[in-house]
Write a protein that binds this ligand. Structure first.
Ligand code: KIV
Length: 285
């Protein structure tokens, strides 16, 4: 467990988001699924770490988020908790962990807080999740809602497309956002929706909007860390700005190491251990 040092900035808790919105301060959120990336993200000063079910695509290679389990999110949350000291830790509720009854959903969310060290949970859905959000909040579990493109609905939606492009759909999203705020969510992810719709929602809500592919008016921006650092495969959505090419850095390092091994340059004497002189006389050679 990492502890705050006296000169470290204050730990981020849920109320800090409202204060930031009121003062117009932009916050940032990135995903992390393990100890080293959590440390890097936290020490870089990111305000919120999302242990997202995007891990299904990014680190498990499942192709979508549907197969991700509570155990996978729980294990990742524990590692992220150990690696971070300042950021607010939000854990995703995977598909199937909040769909079969509110009591079960509460128990699963509680496991993420009690056993994983999460400080809030995120769950996908609009008006159909209002009662559940109320119940979770009643049980002291802060909830980040998630509307727009909800990747757990990929089969129903038939792909990953921009949502809210008609007046009817946009109005429905705005209504959903208001209902989720009313239900007690402390923030709401807006994924892949027109920036004008995101701007309206951000203006009309008192809770923070967390945008991904939703334009600049959102109170908080979130990205998948692996997308930002170029540690993924395939074509990226247009909202991703890639700041590094970590895949290439890793490939270059591995290639250099293989060359050194094959040429006999690695390991050198300095990278290995000598047998102590005084012990040599006792060796049967
Ligand atoms: O799982 C995830 O990483 C997410 C973000 C993309 C918002 O839901």
């Amino acid at each position: 467990m990492a502890y705050l040092k006296p000169d470290q900035p204050e730990k981020v808790y849920v109320p800090a988001l409202r204060a930031a919105k009121e003062s117009g301060e932009k916050l940032v959120c990135l995903t992390a699924y393990d100890y080293p990336t959590a440390r890097i993200v936290d020490e870089a000063g990111v305000d919120i770490i999302l242990v997202g079910d995007s891990m299904g695509n990014v680190i498990h290679g499942y192709g979508n988020t549907i197969p991700v389990t509570l155990e996978e999110i729980l294990s990742a949350t524990k590692a992220v908790k150990r690696g971070s000291s300042r950021a607010l830790i939000v854990s995703d509720m995977p598909y199937g962990t909040f769909h079969t009854g509110d009591n079960k959903a509460v128990r699963n969310a509680m496991r993420l807080l009690k056993n994983g060290g999460a400080e809030a949970v995120k769950l996908e859905g609009g008006r159909n999740r209002v009662d559940l959000v109320k119940r979770l909040v009643d049980e002291e579990i802060p909830v980040m809602a998630h509307i727009g493109l909800t990747p757990q609905s990929v089969h129903k939606l038939g792909g990953y497309r921009v949502q809210g492009k008609t007046t009817v759909d946009a109005n429905r999203l705005i209504e959903d956002a208001k209902m989720l705020e009313e239900a007690g969510a402390f923030a709401i992810v807006l994924e892949l929706i027109p920036r004008e719709v995101a701007e309206t929602i951000s203006k009309e809500l008192t809770i923070s909007t967390v945008g991904i592919g939703a334009g600049a008016a959102c109170d908080i921006q979130v990205l998948v860390l692996h997308d930002l650092i170029g540690f993924t495969f395939g074509r990226q959505p247009r909202f991703v700005r890639q700041y590094a090419n970590v895949s290439q850095v890793i490939t270059d390092a591995i290639t250099k190491w293989m060359d050194d091994v094959r040429s006999g340059d690695y390991p050198s004497e300095a990278e290995s251990y000598g047998f102590p002189k005084e012990a040599r006389k006792n060796v049967n050679a």
